[in-house]
Design a protein around this ligand. Structure first.
Ligand code: ZN
Length: 271
């Protein structure tokens, strides 16, 4: 089946281009994990003049739940509520512990190396985005907010089915239909500003917005410092190196890594 792209969702749901949600200030409920992508999204949406009552994070029993602390740094900085939805008490963790995801099953090692590799499938948490987005949607309707926002990006599409434009098309329709007559949702209420951007482009935006990268957490292993070897560390290091190079700001990133060199061989970097 050929699904429309997100841009086509805009057109179908809201033919008045001037009313597109990203072109006027909206009240937004952003899903902020504490990672580089979602915090950059928060800074970017703020820069565009949107308003926020709270940011929303999730504890789904992830190995790297220390990321939630990094989300709180930015909530505090902007004076926003930090709502942490604790799914760890819901019985979900016990179920996910038996999944094939290394993020929630302590018996499976977090894979190392480039995201291009097949073993990165072990970082997929079953139906994770659907759960988070559905709850964020409920909060948005409850808060009378206009939109929810999530920082999925183009590099996620290959591995994570729930980060693809086709999924967001269907989810947007479901959220609208499931809340008809309630709340204050915009015609296109699901913002995915990075869905066609690469991780490198996100890192470039972060640096342009003066976001201190060491105040974000990406590593799936959740240790004392970023490991530098897991898929998300490798992806982050490559993205930041590319962005620093493009902007002429080598050395901008102060994030401590246990291994700062491994990524170059993992992605065959020649920059
Ligand atoms: Zn790592």
């Amino acid at each position: 089946m050929n699904y429309p792209t997100y841009a086509e969702v805009d057109t179908e749901a809201n033919p008045d281009v001037a009313a597109r949600p990203t072109s006027e200030p909206h009240s937004i409920v952003p899903i902020v994990s504490g990672g580089l992508d979602s915090i950059t999204m928060l800074y970017d949406l703020m820069e565009q003049g949107h308003s926020f009552q709270r940011i929303v994070s999730f504890n789904y029993g992830q190995r790297h739940k220390k990321e939630l602390h990094f989300a709180s740094i930015h909530a505090d900085r902007f004076g926003l509520q930090h709502t942490i939805i604790d799914l760890s008490q819901s019985g979900l963790v016990e179920v996910l512990n038996g999944s094939t995801s290394s993020l929630t099953n302590p018996d499976i090692d977090v894979p190392e190396g480039s995201y291009d590799e097949e073993n990165m499938r072990a970082t997929v948490v079953p139906n994770r985005n659907m759960m988070m987005l559905a709850i964020a949607g409920a909060i948005a309707v409850s808060d009378n907010a206009n939109c929810i926002a999530t920082a999925v990006h183009a590099g996620d599409h290959a591995i994570y089915p729930d980060c693809r434009p086709s999924f967001f098309y269907d989810f947007t329709m479901a959220l609208k239909r499931g809340n008809e007559g309630f709340g204050n949702l915009a015609p296109t209420p699901v913002l995915t500003p990075f869905i066609h951007k690469t991780k490198g482009q996100i890192a470039k935006t972060a640096i342009e917005l003066d976001l201190p990268l060491e105040t974000t957490w990406s590593c799936y292993k959740g240790g004392n410092m970023h490991c530098g070897r897991c898929g998300t560390c490798v992806e982050r290091l490559e993205a930041v190196a590319w962005a620093e190079s493009v902007l002429g700001k080598r050395g901008y990133d102060d994030t401590p890594y246990a291994d700062r060199e491994f990524w170059k061989s993992a992605v065959k970097w020649n920059g």
